[in-house]
Ligand binder design. Structure first.
Ligand code: BJW
Length: 243
């Protein structure tokens, strides 16, 4: 089937679906200028080993290096804008209240900045901090000693980015809501994710309805798809979601 015929077929599925779940990954923000994680040449982890940076063990072993990596990414994200893909999703949800559940693995907040409400952010939010160890009475973010990372001036507890690292549990309410959306949808759009990180990737495998993948490259989830649209999110989503 030609790409154009596939797109028209997927547009019909969007039109006919009562409940649509959307699962997004790093490729969703690529056209905003945010590097993906695993693209060989350009991904953030072409230069860094994720297992060394995105874990609690790594942070405890080298808090300054990991904090600085996140500080660099925060600065970069603050300078970019949502793209036409983020905007198309937000506009669709506004035109069709209660039809779409937006689930993202991204920590960049670009869906929210594009105007999407109720985003299920499975991997947290890079612009927020939380305490590494259970905070005591003395742990006050207002009075934390500045540094890389900031620390409690009394007990030395460190602030860390409020993201989900490997081996950590996802936020339970968001995960349950995402699982429910997958099990109740007529259509799931899987946009810009390699599909290698669980439990997020598993949502596509439990989707009750059809699955459409939007990605310029093959993914681990292609075998679960009813249609694979080979293209970029910011280009294809506006075409797929226009009325
Ligand atoms: C475009 C594009 C364009 C480019 N348009 N597309 C089952 C099986 C095996 C392992 C596990 C399992 N269950 C759990 C695990 C372990 C682990 C895991 O999945 N490991 C695998 C790597 C093997 N999972 C976990 O540890 C999770 N926790 C957990 O399971 O806890 C259990 C527990 C329960 C109770 C108590 C305690 C524990 C946590 C996973 C957390 C992932 N965190 C990260 C880092 C977040 C912080 C940060 O940002 O630094 O999340 S890892 C990283 O990967 C980040 C991403 O959200 C995530 C997914 O990556 P994504 O989005 O798919 O990006 P890429 O780069 O991989 O792909 C980009 C795609 O875009 C590519 O396909 C491109 O082609 C495409 N693209 N341009 C559209 N313009």
């Amino acid at each position: 089937m030609s790409e154009d015929v596939l797109l028209q077929e997927a547009r019909r599925w969007v039109r006919d679906a009562r409940r649509i779940a959307v699962l997004t990954g790093a490729g969703m923000s690529a056209e905003s200028g945010v590097p993906t994680f695993r693209d060989a040449q350009t991904g953030l982890w072409a230069k860094f080993d994720p297992q060394q940076l995105a874990t609690e063990d790594a942070f405890r072993a080298n808090p300054k290096m990991v904090w600085d990596w996140y500080a660099f990414r925060r600065d970069m994200i603050a300078k970019v804008e949502p793209n036409n893909g983020h905007r198309a999703l937000a506009a669709f949800a506004q035109r069709h209240p209660h039809r779409m559940t937006l689930i993202t693995q991204n920590v960049d907040g670009l869906h929210q900045r594009a105007g999407s409400d109720g985003v299920l952010a499975l991997h947290g939010n890079i612009s927020e901090d939380k305490w590494l160890d259970v905070p005591k009475g003395c742990c006050n973010t207002e009075t934390a000693m500045p540094g890389s990372p900031p620390r409690c001036e009394r007990c030395g507890n460190m602030l860390r980015p409020a993201v989900v690292w490997f081996g950590e549990a996802l936020p339970m309410q968001a995960l349950i809501a995402a699982e429910t959306a997958a099990q109740e949808c007529d259509l799931m759009l899987v946009v810009g994710t390699s599909g290698v990180v669980y439990p997020a990737a598993g949502l596509a495998r439990t989707a009750a309805g059809r699955v459409v993948i939007i990605n310029p490259e093959p993914t681990e989830l292609d075998d679960a798809a009813d249609a694979v649209l080979r293209g970029k999110a910011a280009q294809l989503l506006p075409l797929l979601l226009e009325d």
